[in-house]
Design a protein around this ligand. Structure first.
Ligand SMILES: [Fe+2]
Ligand SMILES: [Fe+2]
Length: 464
C-alpha cells in the first residue's frame, strides 16, 4: 500500500519500519529521561531533507532506523554502561562511517547534530560536550567525503579528534590560556584517541556495513580496480580481447560520468567487470576471435544467441562466487538491458523470414537502473561499433556516437536510469571527445620522408 505524503508516495512497509523505530527511540528517551527536544529536532530535520529538499539518495527507512538506533546506542553505552566522559563518545567515527557509506554531507550533518547533542544530554546536559563532538564530527565528515584511500580515513580521524579537542579546550578552560593542566592533557588524549581509534574501527567494520546497507564505498571500489584481483587477472589471461574492450569502455565511461558529476570511480570499476562472463567461452565473442575464425558459422542463430546471452548469467555467477559487491554485479546484469542481439536476429530472420524472433533475441534485462550503468551500457555499444568504423574521422565518429545514443534513448533503454536530456548531451560530447583522441593516436601518419632524406644526407656527409 502506498500513502501520499507531500506529493510523494511512501510505501506502507517503509513507513511502518520508521514508525517502529520512532516508538522504540521514544521509549529509550523516556526510560533514560533524555530530553525529547532532540528526537523532535531530528524528526523535523528529516522531514525537511526528505520532503522539502527532496533528497532522493537518502537511505531507506530501514537503513535510517538502523543508523538512528546506532546513534542512540553509542552514547548510551559510552556514558551509562562504561561510565566514560561524553567527550569519549565515538561520534566522529560514526559520522565518518555514514559519510563513507552514503556520500551525502547534508545527511551526515543531521546525524552529527543528533548524536552530538544526544551525548551531551546523556552526559548531564553538558553543552560543551555537544558542541565539541559536533565540531569534530563535521570535520570528520568533510575530510572523509569522497575519499578513496584508507590512510585518508585515519588522517580524517586524527584532525577531527584534534578539532574536537580544540573546541572542548576553549570551552572548558577556566585558567589563563597559557596554563596547561593535567586535565587538558587527559582531554587531548581522549579526543585524539577517540578520532584515531574510531577511524581504525571504521575501516575494520566498513565491509560489514557495505553488506548490510548494500552500498559500495570508494575505498572498496579502488581495491576492486586493482588488476591483481583474481577475476581481472583471469580476464587478462583468458579473454585478452574482452579485457582490452573493458579498458576502453572504462575510460569512456569514467570521463562521461565525470562530465555529469556522477560517481566516475563506480562507472570505471563497473566497466572493468561488466563482461567477465565472457571468459567462460571467450572464443565466441568477436573481440577474442583468433585469426578471425568465425566459430558461429556452423551454429544455429538460436544457439549463438544462447551463448551470447549466457555471458551475462555466467558473469553474475562468477561475481557472486568471488563475493563482488552487489552494486558491481548490477553492472553485469543490466549492461545489455533489453537490447536486441541484432546480428543473430538478422540471421534468424534470413533463415526463417516468417518467424517472430524479436522478443526471443532480446536480452532479458533489467534495464540500467542508475546513471553509471546507463553510461557503461552506452560506452559498451559505442566501443564495439567504433571497431567497425572505416577510416574514422571526427564527423564519422560524431555521427556514430549520436546514432547509438539516439537509438538507445528511443528504445527506452535509458528510461529507468534517471538520466536527463541535458546530461545525455554532455555524455555524448564526452564520448566524441575521447573517441577522437583514441583514433587520433591510432592513425598511421605518412612516413616523414624529409627526415629520412636528411638522415641519408647526413650519413653521406659523414661518409665523405
Ligand atoms: Fe556484455
Ligand atoms: Fe562489453
Amino acid at each position: 500500500m502506498k500513502i501520499p505524503i507531500v506529493g510523494k508516495e511512501v510505501k506502507f512497509n517503509n513507513l511502518f519500519i520508521g514508525l517502529i523505530f520512532f516508538a522504540a527511540a521514544s521509549f529509550i528517551f523516556f526510560i533514560y529521561a533524555i530530553n525529547f527536544s532532540l528526537l523532535i529536532t531530528a524528526l523535523i530535520l528529516f522531514v525537511y531533507v526528505r520532503f522539502v529538499r527532496k533528497l532522493d539518495d537518502l537511505p531507506s527507512y530501514l537503513n535510517l532506523s538502523i543508523l538512528g538506533a546506532i546513534a542512540i546506542l553509542i552514547p548510551l553505552f559510552t556514558v551509562i554502561t562504561f561510565k566514560m566522559s561524553g567527550y569519549g563518545v565515538a561520534a566522529i567515527g560514526f559520522i565518518m562511517l555514514v559519510t563513507l557509506l552514503f556520500n551525502n554531507l547534508e545527511f551526515s550533518f543531521i546525524l552529527a547534530l543528533f548524536i552530538s547533542f544526544l551525548s551531551a544530554s546523556i552526559d548531564g546536559g553538558n553543552f560543551n560536550v555537544g558542541i565539541s563532538l559536533f565540531a569534530g564530527s563535521l570535520v570528520g565528515a568533510m575530510l572523509s567525503y569522497r575519499i578513496r584511500r584508507r590512510f585518508q580515513v585515519i588522517r580524517a580521524g586524527f584532525f577531527a579528534g584534534l578539532v574536537q579537542f580544540i573546541v572542548a579546550f576553549l570551552m572548558e578552560r577556566e585558567q589563563s590560556f597559557f596554563v596547561l593542566s593535567g586535565m587538558d592533557f587527559n582531554l587531548l588524549k581522549l579526543c585524539l584517541f577517540n578520532g584515531v581509534i574510531s577511524s581504525f574501527i571504521v575501516l575494520g567494520i566498513l565491509p560489514v556495513f557495505e553488506y548490510i546497507f548494500k552500498v559500495v564505498t570508494n575505498i572498496s571500489l579502488l581495491e576492486l580496480s586493482d588488476f591483481n584481483h583474481p577475476l581481472l587477472r583471469k580476464l587478462i589471461l583468458e579473454a585478452p580481447g574482452t579485457y582490452q574492450h573493458s579498458l576502453v569502455v572504462a575510460n569512456l565511461s569514467e570521463m562521461a560520468t565525470e562530465s555529469i558529476g556522477a560517481n566516475s570511480l563506480l562507472a570505471r570499476v563497473g566497466a572493468y567487470y561488466h563482461d567477465i562472463g565472457k571468459m567462460v567461452k571467450p572464443d565466441y565473442f568477436v573481440e577474442n576471435l583468433v585469426n578471425y575464425r568465425d566459430v558461429h558459422k556452423n551454429l544455429k542463430p538460436s544457439m549463438s544467441k544462447l551463448i551470447i546471452f549466457n555471458h551475462v548469467k555466467d558473469g553474475v555467477d562468477l561475481a557472486a562466487k568471488h563475493h563482488l559487491n552487489p552494486k558491481i554485479i548490477d553492472f553485469i546484469s543490466q549492461h545489455h538491458g533489453r537490447t536486441l542481439v541484432y546480428y543473430f536476429y538478422q540471421r534468424a530472420k534470413e533463415l526463417e523470414p516468417d518467424g517472430k524472433h524479436e522478443e526471443e533475441y532480446r536480452y532479458p534485462g533489467p534495464r540500467p537502473q542508475i546513471k553509471e550503468i546507463a553510461i557503461v551500457a552506452l560506452a559498451d555499444a559505442i566501443e564495439a561499433l567504433s571497431r567497425t568504423l572505416e577510416e574514422p574521422n571526427p564527423s564519422r565518429i560524431e555521427e556514430m556516437v549520436r546514432e547509438v545514443v539516439k537509438k538507445r534513448f528511443m528504445e527506452g533503454e535509458l528510461d529507468e536510469s534517471n538520466l536527463t536530456l541535458k546530461e545525455l548531451e554532455k555524455i555524448t560530447q564526452s564520448f566524441i571527445r575521447i573517441l577522437n583522441a583514441i583514433f587520433h593516436t591510432r592513425i598511421n601518419y605518412p612516413k616523414d620522408d624529409s627526415n629520412r632524406d636528411n638522415k641519408s644526407a647526413k650519413s653521406k656527409e659523414n661518409k665523405s
